[in-house]
Design a protein. Structure first.
Lengths: 264, 381
C-alpha cells in the first residue's frame, strides 16, 4: 500500500505568538517550528499501515526551506521519502493555492491513500484536505479517528465521531483521509531514525518544475484576505463572592452566575 | 561579511524536538512526584534507551546513536527543561562511567559492558570519590589485589550518582603503589558478593537522583573487567573529565536560563505597589544583567565545545567554561529567587529547585578551586 502524507510546518503549540507590526501576520523570528500535530497523526497512521501491508510512505510538504526539517522528522519516524514544494512565489498562498500545488505533485505519484491533518493548528482553516481530494477527484473522508484497511488493501473502513456517536464509512481506494485527534499516538523520531533519515531521498520542486503558473500562487492570488489579527482579550480579574454566611454567599454566587456569567 | 557560525543544524534541531517531546510526555508530568520520592522509575532508562537518547555520542557498533558534541548539548539542554537536575544527572551517570570503557577497554569489554547500558537495561555509575579522597583523586585508598583470575577489592566509594541502583560501577582502585601511577579502573558488577550499598544519601538538591555510598568488602571481581593495563586508571579518569565538564557547563547554563525565564514571567505577573515588578527599573535592570550573563556564558561554552569537536585540546578552556557557567548560574539562580520574593522560597516554584540543584554544579566534576588549579598551571607555567 503506497501512502502519501501531506505535512504542514506550524509554530510549536507552546510558542508565545506575537502579532507583527502590520497587524496581519505573526512575528516568526523566535518561533520553534514543528509538524502540525494533526498531520503527525497522519504520518503515524501511514507508518502503521505500511508496517502491516508493506509499500512506501511519501511525505509532501510545502513552504520555505526550513520545512525540510519537518519532512526529515517524518522520515526519521519511518517514512521513506520526502518532497518539498518550495518557491518564493508561494509565500502567502491561501489554502486553495496550497491544495493546487499539492495536487500537482500528487498527480505524478502512485498512491492508495492520502493523509492530511483535519486542519492546521496555525490558521485553523481545515480546507486543504477536502480541496485536495476534490482536485484529485477521489473520496474525502474527514475527521477520522480510526482506519481499518481491508486485507486485500483495496478499501478502507473509517470512523468519524459525530455528536457522541460514531459514523462508520467505507470507501474504495484511492481516498483521502483527514486525521483527527484520537486516531493514534504518534511515535517520536528516535535517534537512530534521525541518523538514518539523513540518507533518505528528499526532493525539492519549484512551481516551474510542477508546470504551475506562479501568478496563481502567493499573496496576490489569495481568495481570502487577512484584514487584521488581534490578540484574544485579556482574562478579566477574578471576583470574590461577599457574604456573612455560606447561605448568603451561595445566594450571591447563584445571582452572579445567572446575571453576569449567564450560565443559566 | 564572513559566514555566521551556527553550532546547531537540522539534525540537532530534530534531536532537540525528539528529546523535548520525550520530556513533555514521559518526565514533566511526574517530575514533582519523583523529586519528593527521591528517585525516578527505572523504566525511564529503558524508555530513554529505546528512543536512543542514552546512546547519543556513542558508536553505533556498541548500541549508540552516534552524533557529535552538539547533538549531546541539544539533548542535554532539552532534558534539563524538565526542571529537575536530578533526573538529568541520574540518566546521565552513564556519561561518566561508559567513556573510560570506550577509551581503555578491549573489544570484548566494549561489547559486553556498553550496549546494555545504552539500552537502559543496566544502570551504570562512576566511582571515584571516597570518604578520604575527593579532589585529591591520587589519594584513593580502595585496594584491588590480583589473585590468579580475580581482583579482590576492599574499600568504599561515596557520593556516587545512581550509586544506589547501579548495576555496574566503573571504579577507581589502587592496584599499585602510592599516587596517581598506582590507580586502575575496574568495572564492578553490583550483584557480586562483597558489594553493598547504603540507602539514598539525603541531600540539598538533585533529589530525583539516587546518590549512594558503596562498600567493597573482599569483593572478587573478574580480572577481565580491568580497563586497560594496571596503572592506567588516572589517565582514564582525566580523559573523562573534559566531556563531563562540558556537560556540567551546559547544565549550569540551562539552569541559569530557566531561572531567568521564570523570573521574566514572574516579574510580568506579580504586582507590588500597584504595578508589575517588571515596572521597577531595579528589576528590569537585574533581569537585563541576568540575560546578558546567560547569553555570554552559553556562547563561550558553545565555542569551547566547537573547538573540542574539532579535536583541539581544551583542558584549560573547558575548565574556564565550567567555572564561568557555574559562577553565572550561582548569581542568576540567587537573583531569580530574590525576584520571586517569598514565593521563590516555596517548593511550588521552579526557581526554588533550580537554586538548590545548581549548588552541586561548581563542586562535582572537579570543584571551582580545582578548575582554577588546572587553569593556573597552564597560564603561569
Ligand atoms: C550530588 C553529588 C553527586 C556526585 N556524584 C559523583 C559520582 O557519580 N562519582 C564520583 O566519583 N563522585 C561524585 N561526587 C563527588 C564529587 O566529585 C566530589 O564531591 C568533588 O570532587 C569534591 O570532592 P570532596 O567532596 O571530597 O571535597 P574536597 O576535595 O574535600 O574539597 C573540599 C574543599 O576544599 C577545596 N580544595 C580541595 N583541594 C584543594 C586545592 N588543592 N586547592 C584549593 N582548594 C582545594 C575544594 O575545592 C573544596 O572547596 C558527587 C558529589 C555530589 C555532591
Amino acid at each position: 500500500m503506497n501512502i502519501v502524507v501531506c505535512l504542514k510546518q506550524v509554530p510549536d503549540t507552546e510558542t508565545q505568538i506575537k502579532i507583527g507590526p502590520d497587524n496581519k501576520s505573526i512575528v516568526t523570528d523566535d518561533i520553534k517550528w514543528v509538524i502540525n500535530p494533526y498531520d503527525e497523526f497522519g504520518v503515524e497512521e501511514a507508518l502503521q499501515l505500511k508496517e502491516k501491508f508493506g509499500g512506501e510512505v511519501t511525505v509532501v510538504g510545502m513552504g520555505p526551506k526550513r520545512v525540510t526539517e519537518s519532512i526529515r522528522t517524518a522520515l526519521a519516524m519511518g517514512a521513506d521519502k520526502g518532497i518539498l514544494i518550495t518557491d518564493d512565489a508561494l509565500e502567502g498562498s491561501d489554502s486553495l493555492a496550497t491544495a493546487k500545488a499539492l495536487a500537482a505533485v500528487l498527480k505524478d505519484l502512485e498512491y492508495d491513500l492520502i493523509f492530511t491533518g483535519q486542519r492546521g493548528v496555525d490558521d485553523d482553516m481545515g480546507v486543504v484536505g477536502p480541496a485536495l481530494a476534490e482536485l484529485l477527484g477521489i473520496p474525502n473522508l474527514s475527521l477520522i479517528v480510526k482506519v481499518e484497511a481491508a486485507e486485500d488493501g483495496k478499501s478502507v473502513k473509517v470512523n468519524r465521531p459525530v455528536e457522541g456517536e460514531t459514523l462508520v464509512i467505507e470507501s474504495s481506494l484511492p481516498a483521502l483521509i483527514t486525521a483527527q485527534k484520537g486516531l493514534n499516538e504518534p511515535r517520536y523520531a528516535s535517534l537512530p531514525g534521525i541518523m538514518k533519515a539523513k540518507k533518505k531521498p528528499l526532493e525539492e520542486k519549484t512551481l516551474g518544475d510542477l508546470g504551475l503558473d506562479a501568478a496563481q500562487f502567493g499573496e496576490g492570488a489569495r481568495k481570502l484576505k487577512i484584514l487584521e489579527m488581534t490578540p484574544p482579550p485579556e482574562r478579566a480579574a477574578g471576583k470574590i463572592v461577599e457574604g456573612e454566611t455560606p447561605q448568603e454567599k451561595a445566594a450571591e454566587l447563584a445571582k452572579l452566575l445567572h446575571e453576569e456569567a449567564k450560565v443559566f | 561579511m564572513g559566514d555566521l557560525q551556527e553550532y546547531f543544524g537540522e539534525t540537532h534541531e530534530m534531536v532537540r524536538q525528539t528529546v523535548r517531546r520525550f520530556v513533555r510526555k514521559e518526565i514533566s508530568p511526574f517530575v514533582d512526584q519523583w523529586e519528593e520520592q527521591g528517585e525516578f522509575p527505572r523504566e525511564l532508562y529503558t524508555q530513554a534507551g529505546e528512543t536512543g537518547i542514552l546512546g547519543i555520542g556513542y558508536p553505533q557498533a556498541y548500541g549508540g546513536s552516534g552524533g557529535d558534541l552538539f547533538v549531546k548539548i541539544a539533548a542535554t539542554e532539552e532534558l534539563m527543561r524538565c526542571g529537575s537536575g536530578g533526573v538529568a544527572a541520574g540518566l546521565g551517570s552513564l556519561d561518566i562511567s561508559i567513556p573510560p570503557i570506550l577509551t581503555l577497554g578491549t573489544e570484548d569489554q566494549k561489547r559486553r559492558l556498553i550496549p546494555p547500558v545504552l539500552k537502559g537495561e543496566r544502570i551504570a555509575a562512576l566511582g571515584i570519590t571516597e570518604p578520604n579522597a575527593g579532589s585529591d583523586v591520587a589519594n584513593i585508598r580502595t585496594r584491588a589485589v590480583r589473585t590468579d583470575r580475580h581482583y579482590v577489592v576492599n574499600g568504599g566509594k561515596t557520593f556516587i550518582t545512581s550509586g544506589v541502583r547501579a548495576d555496574q560501577l566503573t571504579c577507581a582502585v589502587r592496584t599499585g603503589g602510592q599516587g596517581a601511577k598506582g590507580l586502575s579502573l575496574l568495572v564492578i558488577p553490583s550483584h557480586l558478593p562483597g558489594y553493598a550499598v547504603s540507602g539514598k544519601l539525603r541531600k540539598m538538591g538533585w533529589w530525583a537522583s539516587d546518590t549512594g555510598q558503596i562498600f567493597l568488602d573482599d569483593c572478587r571481581v573478574p580480572a577481565d573487567n580491568l580497563l586497560g593495563a594496571e596503572g592506567q586508571g588516572f589517565y582514564g579518569i582525566m580523559e573523562n573529565f573534559q566531556k563531563e565538564r562540558l556537560q556540567l557547563a551546559v547544565m549550569a547554563n540551562m539552569t541559569a536560563r530557566m531561572a531567568l525565564e521564570a523570573s521574566i514571567r514572574y516579574a510580568r505577573e506579580r504586582e507590588a505597589f500597584g504595578r508589575p515588578l517588571s515596572g521597577f527599573q531595579v528589576t528590569r535592570h537585574k533581569l537585563v544583567d541576568m540575560a546578558t550573563q546567560v547569553e555570554v556564558s552559553q556562547e563561550f561554552t558553545y565555542r569551547v565545545a566547537a573547538k573540542m569537536e574539532a579535536g583541539k585540546n581544551q583542558f584549560k578552556e573547558i575548565s574556564m567554561a565550567k567555572n564561568f557557567a557555574c559562577t553565572i548560574s550561582d548569581k542568576v539562580t540567587h537573583d531569580a529567587v530574590q525576584i520571586h520574593g517569598g514565593a521563590g522560597y516555596m517548593r511550588e516554584y521552579l526557581v526554588e529547585r533550580l537554586y538548590r540543584d545548581n549548588r552541586i554544579l561548581s563542586i562535582g566534576g572537579g570543584t571551582q578551586e580545582i578548575m582554577k588549579e588546572i587553569i593556573s598551571k597552564q597560564i603561569l607555567n
